[in-house]
Design a protein around this ligand. Structure first.
Ligand code: FRU
Length: 480
């Protein structure tokens, strides 16, 4: 990696930036979530981790567990780098039929498939490791897929019921392609097809996933999600998806690519394996544009909130919607907020004030045509961000301001706005993170911000037109 450490902006370690419900490591660097899996009542989160410092390097798999997807306990490093290779991104599956022969039918092995990045040669191979005690201890089995190439990484594997085979999606990063492989035993893999270049190709492709989802009419579809860096919607890294069909060998898109998130900080999402009845994923809440030059001192990076995925029929075709997981409901206590606030141009009214920037807010904003209005957050008197609905130009813009002045951090991040009626907005703040779900999660913004310590004030403003704000809920953790 070409990287000049003299450009590192180390922010003083600020305990008030540490999120309460988003996973952040005790110390040191993290990036992509890896090996997400649900087993015996526990969610496992493995993650790209440098156990020795706050910058990228010595890549290994860290490990954390949770029973509710919101409170995480960090465990010792699961898969450390070794003399030959760093442990890059990958996935876990429960080999429930013991196809690998590495466990038994009674005690199926937990299998990790990850990319070994060979330090001397730069070559990347797909390797297997297994655990017989739910991820506490691991044995490295070795290379299972080697094409003798670089930029071949990030395997995500699932059991394909109709062909009774394991299917792996893995990227040929520089080629902007997702390659699909199949296997009967997780140890020997046969290439089936490639997908791409397609959609957004302004950067290398990373962290792919092929998954099946039912739409809201009960019809099944396949989705390829793949990230790119750079070339994201707001500069730096970003992620896109394609809806289509999969016949057991080949993925064929039926729609054009769409962005998954219009904010700057949602990368490398993967879903939890072995989860029945719902599809949940989370991502690294960062952007490669500034991830390595910005650290909060003791640790660097956190994950997004886990989100449930839905495929919805809309006037624009099928849209992948994301909503915060239901485990969040009822977790915090309601706070006093006027249930209706009316504004006309040019007015500005405070909605609520908080001792700490932690909030779960659900509002509906109703306006006359041609209105331009928004929500704005000030922390310790400083404007951190504003979210502006523009019914004139059909856009939604998140302006991130704050005090962090690195390249790419401050700016206006705009998305096309489809729904022009009442705007349904769920907004979650967790000290240094903002996640906005508009119109039932069809439009999402994920961004970090690093406020000064002090009171946070959320206000609503109207530039033109009349606006009414109806609060459906406002919750925050009790102050201890
Ligand atoms: C994505 C990525 C992956 C790689 C890992 C290395 O953020 O670049 O492609 O496996 O991070 O840490």
């Amino acid at each position: 990696m070409n990287f000049d450490p003299s450009t590192l902006t180390v922010h003083p370690y600020a305990p008030h930036h540490r999120p309460e419900l988003h996973f952040a490591p005790e110390k040191n660097w993290i990036n992509d979530p890896n090996g997400l899996i649900f087993m015996n009542g526990q969610y496992h989160l493995f993650f790209q981790h440098n156990p020795f410092g706050t910058d990228w390097g010595h890549m290994s798999w860290g490990h954390a567990v949770s029973r509710d997807l919101l409170h995480w306990k960090e465990l010792p490093v699961a898969l450390p780098e070794d003399d030959e290779a760093m442990i890059f991104s990958g996935c876990c599956v429960l080999d429930f039929q013991n196809t690998s022969g590495l466990g038994t039918l009674e005690h199926p092995p937990l299998i990790a498939l990850y990319t070994a990045h060979h330090d001397q040669t730069g070559l990347q191979t797909q390797n297997l490791a297994y655990s017989l005690d739910e991820g506490q201890n691991w044995a490295k089995y070795g290379v299972v897929l080697d094409e003798g190439i670089r930029d071949f990484r990030d395997p995500k594997v699932f059991w394909h019921e109709s062909t009774q085979r394991w299917i792996m999606a893995v990227v040929l990063a520089e080629h902007r392609q997702v390659a699909l492989y199949a296997s009967l035993d997780l140890k020997s893999w046969e290439k089936q097809s490639t997908f791409g270049p397609a959609g957004h190709t302004g950067g290398i492709w990373e962290v792919p996933e092929l998954l099946e989802l039912q739409d809201d009419a009960g019809q099944s579809h396949w989705v390829v999600k793949v990230d790119l860096n750079p070339g994201g919607p707001q500069g730096g890294s970003g992620c896109q998806y394609f809806v289509g069909q999969f016949d057991g060998q080949t993925f064929t898109p039926t729609q054009k690519a769409r962005w998954l998130d219009y904010g700057k900080d949602f990368y490398a999402a993967i879903t939890f394996a072995n989860l029945e009845g719902r599809t949940v994923w989370l991502a690294w809440m960062n952007n490669w544009q500034y991830a390595r030059t910005h650290t909060t001192g003791q640790y660097s990076g956190n994950m997004s909130l886990p989100r449930e995925l839905y495929l919805l029929n809309t006037s624009e075709g099928l849209v992948l919607a994301q909503t915060p997981i239901r485990e969040l409901d009822g977790l915090w206590e309601p706070i006093e907020v006027p249930s209706e606030t009316q504004l006309r141009a040019v007015q500005h009214k405070d909605l609520l004030a908080l001792k700490k920037a932690v909030l779960d807010l659900h509002v509906q904003m109703n306006s006359t045509d041609q209105s331009v209005y928004g929500l704005v957050l000030h922390c310790a008197g400083q404007l951190e961000w504003a979210l502006e609905f523009d019914h004139l130009n059909h856009t939604l813009t998140l302006t991130r301001q704050g005090t962090v002045d690195e390249e790419g951090f401050q700016g206006q991040h705009t998305a096309p706005m489809v729904s022009m009626g009442v705007q349904d907005v769920r907004l979650i703040l967790d000290h240094s993170s903002l996640e906005v779900f508009v119109d039932g999660g069809k439009l999402v913004f994920t961004e970090m911000f690093f406020p000064q310590e002090g009171e946070s004030r959320l206000s609503v403003y109207a530039r033109s037109g009349n606006v009414s704000v109806h609060v459906l809920h406002a919750r925050t953790p009790p102050l201890v």
